[in-house]
Design a protein around this ligand. Structure first.
Ligand code: GLU
Length: 306
């Protein structure tokens, strides 16, 4: 445990190298020095730092929305709307919406995630959001809520995402109207969780959803994990795969989920789900302390999965 405490301490000292996201005003108030980690196996868990703090999922939700939409429509239909290719561009980039037949490159960048939001099951905006929160509630075994302060804050400063939505609509890549897709997407980003919830989500992937009430086909879970490995950590995904070697997804709130299919971390053994929260993020959008922690953890506990 001493080794793990040391990795945590060293990572926590790195927060000064990042900054909290300010382009969503409600995120700017978060404590830049916060850093918490939760890890769970089938039998046990380890928590480091202040694990009760609530924050919003932001881009971490993109994996969940992708699974719900793909479970509903089937892989072939979804692939008509969104590809599964990495971009190396920033998450809210619009440059590639004029290439690849205008199709969004993958569901982990905003363009693809907004298309996915428009494809969620349900007639109304409320139903679409509910389809994702319900799935999440089945994974977590508890109710989840949307942080309306964050939602409205982002909705009123969503120029980029609105621009992306209009381009998607013009090119035939929205199944609903712009406002609905945008609002569904932003509400999903604003779902409130803590690091233990993140660890549970990661554990769901580590066990391929076995024994969970949240049903998803193994093919879809596999695509979700492949997307995390290739596009989950913004335009740091290649380096993260090369040097950490775990499927993972981050969000601008400083949240990260990381999946250990088989490993041993102190007394945790077997499939392990890791959740991290460190709101000081780097220029790309990843939690600085989170990246440092996972890099050291993977190295010292030999978790590299490829
Ligand atoms: N709601 C955020 C946005 O669309 C999510 C970004 C992220 O976490 O990558 O800008």
């Amino acid at each position: 445990m001493e080794n793990l405490q040391q990795i945590y301490k060293q990572a926590a000292q790195m927060t000064y190298k990042g900054q909290v996201a300010t382009y969503i005003p409600a995120l700017a108030v978060n404590d830049p020095n916060a850093f918490a980690v939760s890890m769970m196996s089938a039998e046990d868990s380890i928590e480091l730092g202040e694990c009760a703090t609530m924050f919003t999922l932001q881009s971490v939700v993109k994996v969940i929305s992708f699974m719900v939409a793909t479970n509903h429509h089937g892989i072939e239909e979804i692939m008509h709307y969104v590809d599964v290719e990495p971009t190396g561009d920033s998450f809210n980039s619009i440059v590639r919406l004029e290439s690849n037949n205008n199709k969004p490159f993958n569901p982990m960048i905003n363009a693809g995630a907004i298309t996915i939001a428009s494809l969620l099951p349900g007639r109304t905006m409320y139903d679409k959001v509910k389809s994702v929160t319900l799935f999440l509630e089945q994974i977590l075994g508890k109710q989840v809520h949307i942080n309306n302060e964050v939602y409205f804050s982002e909705y009123h400063s969503a120029d980029y995402n609105r621009a992306i939505s209009y381009i998607l609509q013009a090119n035939g890549f929205l199944k609903s109207d712009v406002e609905e897709a945008l609002q569904v997407y932003l509400q999903l980003c604003s779902i409130s969780v803590n690091v233990s919830d993140l660890a549970k989500i990661a554990f769901y992937f580590a066990t391929n959803g076995k024994n969970s009430e949240a049903h998803c086909s193994i093919e879809v879970i596999n695509i979700a994990k492949a997307l995390m490995l290739t596009c989950g950590m913004y335009n740091f995904s290649g380096k993260f795969a090369a040097f950490v070697g775990l499927p993972a997804k981050s969000g601008v709130s400083g949240a990260i989920i990381a999946i250990v299919k088989q490993g041993e971390i102190e007394h945790l053994q077997g499939p392990i789900g890791i959740g991290l929260y460190g709101p000081a993020i780097d220029k790309v959008g990843n939690s600085v302390a989170g990246i440092e922690f996972l890099t050291q953890l993977s190295k010292q506990y030999e978790l590299f999965c490829l």
